[in-house]
Design a protein around this ligand. Structure first.
Ligand code: GLN
Length: 485
């Protein structure tokens, strides 16, 4: 096995026994990126010089015996995280040249540990999309089949791990954007509970839903990264001041007495046959491991997509009002006067999907429609959250598919936004409920594409989620398969 195929934990051990230096590792991943970027397009910006300097510093730290868990490990982050001195585009023309003066808290925490940042990963523009096709920097290609989407919006974060360009990455998940691309690319992705990880310095899409989380080759590596970024941040008032458990220690605890709930509404006609089979096999694995499987109900599931697309677009229309060409971002120079400057800058800077969402959201918030749409959606959201809390009276985790189908073909859904929106039906409710969810590989389709399993945990119980996912990995080897790239 080459270095670039190893897990974060394996690489950590190699660094700490001095079998390899951080500079060697960094060079190995940079040359893998150089060899495969043309096929995958996972990166928007590479930071070679900064990465090598950080690797040298990490090597000194390792030699001095004062290494943190991530010291010297190469990582990359979605291009939605502000990074001091390195441009943050959010995959939009309007921020193509934007360089933030500070690091997002999650990035700062990685850097404090001595992690090496290789670059900024491709995504859907402003994280709006499920296929990475809305990026102003081109679509990401699925490393398992370049004719297929990588998923989105954190498509680059998932594809880079699947293509062995990085051992792990950070993404964000507003309606499935970590779990769905992880599933389509055959890697593990975790969306922590709303409030678990600081969003300070993360460009806002829908602020009541956005959450930061890790993508990696296995569950233990996700636990390692979550440990690094989780916890209260005085700079994000939505981050919760709650003790962060030792996630790695919790992994080995076994499944005795565990109850897994299968939400009836998630196992519906229309589910792809390969997905259905793989998820059914996963349920059998859990039975074999001694878990008790019970049926539960999430009765408001059918309203989740509509509810999400009102709340997310309403919040987006407000969050994106700040891109007006005045203080930062693209400005239309030929404009005649202030209003024209606003209109031309936004007209030229935003892509079609972003404009569609701003219009939808502005409409939902407008006087006369606010009660009928936005307020109603907020009430439905409460019902959806209650569904989950009630289901958790009967079980410890929920088990569902991540997406109704494996990765679809590039271009297949771009002409029909509604079809694209519906592909998030199993991930969106978890964000509306504000709880945690994880995607992990559980099978392959007949066409050779990965299939993911979703586990959903109680609010702030990422430890159980990781433990249940880890037990599955110990019993199977879907997570060991590598893309043929
Ligand atoms: N696909 C969903 C959307 O377009 C979710 C995106 C996300 O989680 N950022 O809104």
């Amino acid at each position: 096995m080459s270095l670039t195929e190893l897990s974060l934990h394996d690489l950590q051990q190699q660094l700490q026994t001095r079998a390899v230096s951080s500079v060697e590792l960094t060079r190995a991943f940079l040359s893998r990126i150089a060899a495969t970027q043309g096929q995958v397009n996972a990166f928007i910006t590479l930071c070679e010089d900064q990465a090598l300097a950080a690797a040298e510093a990490a090597d000194r730290r390792l030699a001095a015996g004062d290494a943190a868990p991530l010291t010297g490990l190469p990582l990359a982050v979605k291009d939605i995280f502000n990074t001091a001195g390195v441009r943050t585009t959010c995959a939009s023309k309007i921020l193509a040249d934007y360089v933030a003066p500070y690091d997002a808290t999650a990035v700062a925490r990685l850097k404090d540990q001595g992690a090496v940042l290789l670059g900024k990963l491709n995504m859907d523009e402003f994280a709006m999309g499920s296929s990475n096709e809305t990026s102003a920097f081109g679509a990401v290609k699925n490393p398992w089949n370049p004719a297929c989407v990588a998923g989105g919006s954190s498509g680059g974060s998932a594809a880079a791990v699947a293509a062995c360009q990085v051992p792990a990455s950070l993404g964000t998940d507003t309606g499935g954007s970590i779990r769905q691309p992880a599933s389509h690319c055959g890697v593990v992705g975790l969306k922590p509970t709303y409030g678990r990880v600081s969003r300070y310095g993360v460009i806002a899409y829908a602020s009541s839903l956005d959450q930061v989380g890790p993508l990696a080759r296995n569950v233990a590596d996700c636990a390692l990264l979550l440990q690094a970024v989780a916890g209260h941040d005085p700079l994000d008032s939505t981050s919760v001041d709650l003790a962060v458990p030792d996630y790695l220690a919790a992994l080995g605890e076994g499944l005795a007495g565990l109850r897994i709930g299968l939400p009836r509404e998630y196992f519906i006609a229309g589910l792809d046959a390969d997905v259905q089979k793989a998820v059914a096999a996963a349920i059998d694995v859990y039975r074999g491991l001694g878990a008790e499987v019970v049926e539960v109900s999430l009765p408001h599931t059918e309203y989740a997509v509509a509810c999400y697309y009102l709340i997310a677009t309403a919040e987006a229309s407000s969050n994106l009002a700040r891109y007006d060409g005045v203080r930062y971002g693209l400005r239309a120079e030929a404009a005649q006067g202030l209003l024209d400057m606003y209109m031309q800058s936004r007209g030229q800077g935003f892509g079609a999907e972003v404009k569609r969402r701003i219009m939808l959201g502005t409409y939902a918030l407008s006087s006369g429609y606010y009660d009928a749409y936005y307020l109603k959606a907020q009430k439905v959201r409460t019902l959806i959250r209650r569904d989950f809390l009630r289901a958790f009276d009967q079980c410890d985790v929920l088990l569902t598919p991540v997406a109704p189908t494996p990765a679809f073909r590039l271009g297949e859904k771009t002409a029909d936004p509604l079809q694209m929106y519906l592909s998030d039906i199993f991930t969106i409710p978890v964000n509306l409920a504000g709880t945690c969810g994880l995607a992990l590989p559980c099978g392959m389709s007949g066409a050779g594409l990965p299939i993911g399993l979703q586990l959903v945990g109680k609010p702030f119980d990422e430890a159980t989620l990781l433990r249940v996912a880890h037990a599955f990995e110990q019993a199977t080897d879907w997570h060991r398969k590598t893309a043929p790239l």
